[in-house]
Write a protein that binds this ligand. Structure first.
Ligand SMILES: Nc1nc2c(c(=O)[nH]1)N[C@H]1C(S)=C(S)[C@@H](COP(=O)(O)O)O[C@H]1N2
Ligand SMILES: [Mo]
Length: 254
């Protein structure tokens, strides 16, 4: 069988099963249906990892295809004095901390991040709330920063802690990816968008672009990156703000 056709058939089958499952609205955690959903999530993740084992890049588009209007979603400007001070000082005192299961904890200024080899990519962002848009992103590969820090044995997930507290529950935004996504060549820490410094609405001074995942994984307003061996101790233990708050699935691959 042709490899492309079989891959499409697998993905199509999985996609329709998740649509059926997720179309059913809110469910509490104890229902067997919720457990079935979690099982389907794990199965989808496993199948995706098998198919993407040789790490193909997601589609990159041309500059001419960049959307004239790119919506913002979630926080568009973090509340509080500390972010306001960062805005006043042009993020001169902002540092990205990298800590947890690393050999060498880091504290990187924007200038330090900009001095590392950069990557520019035009990609499509898809939000699970039903919109997508094309943008150009400039940044440093997360793999380079993780290589600078050096992972310690036991490292399994990379957690992105953000500077914004969500109005819905007052909790700080956070998200996580596993090492497969963390080391994907198109997973970058972006400090620029469409040829400009990253605007406030889109996550200034630094955000994650993880092109193998949908919208909510792309954490904006980064404060620190933590390398961990499990996600249970963070928030409600589901791996991210959307997962905790709205029962979104941890694996949000596309
Ligand atoms: N810190 C933080 N990151 C976030 C969010 C947020 O509210 N806070 N919203 C997420 C969601 S749901 C989406 S779709 C994208 C939106 O990114 P944009 O505002 O640049 O379009 O950011 C994601 N990252
Ligand atoms: Mo989203």
């Amino acid at each position: 069988m042709n490899r492309k056709i079989s891959r499409r058939a697998v993905l199509g089958g999985l996609a329709s099963s998740s649509v059926l499952l997720t179309a059913c609205g809110r469910l509490d955690n104890a229902t067997p249906f919720r457990q079935l959903l979690a099982l389907s999530d794990r199965f989808t993740l496993g199948a995706e990892r098998l198919i993407l084992a040789n790490r193909p890049l997601v589609r990159e588009l041309s500059v001419a295809q960049i959307s004239a209007v790119f919506p913002t979603n979630g926080t568009t400007k973090p509340r509080g004095d500390s972010y306001a001070r960062h805005l006043d000082t042009g993020f001169a005192d902002w540092r990205l901390r990298v800590h947890g299961l690393v050999e060498r904890p880091l504290s990187l200024s924007l200038a330090a991040l900009r001095s590392l080899p950069s990557r520019t990519q035009v990609t499509m962002h898809s939000c699970d709330e039903g919109w997508s848009a094309i943008g150009q992103w400039h940044g440093v590969q997360l793999s380079r920063v993780l290589a600078l820090a050096g992972l310690r044995p036991g490292a399994r997930f990379v957690v992105f802690h953000c500077m914004d507290q969500l109005e819905a529950d007052g909790n700080f935004y956070y998200e996580s990816v596993d090492l497969f996504d963390a080391f994907h060549p198109q997973t970058i820490l972006a400090y620029g968008m469409n040829g400009q410094p990253l605007p406030v609405g889109y996550g200034a001074p630094l955000r994650l672009r993880v092109e193998t995942q949908i919208g909510y994984k792309n954490a904006k307003y980064l404060d620190r990156i933590e390398v961990v061996d499990g996600l249970g101790a963070l928030g409600k233990g589901r791996g991210g703000w959307w997962e905790d708050f709205d029962h979104a699935v941890w694996y949000a691959g596309q």
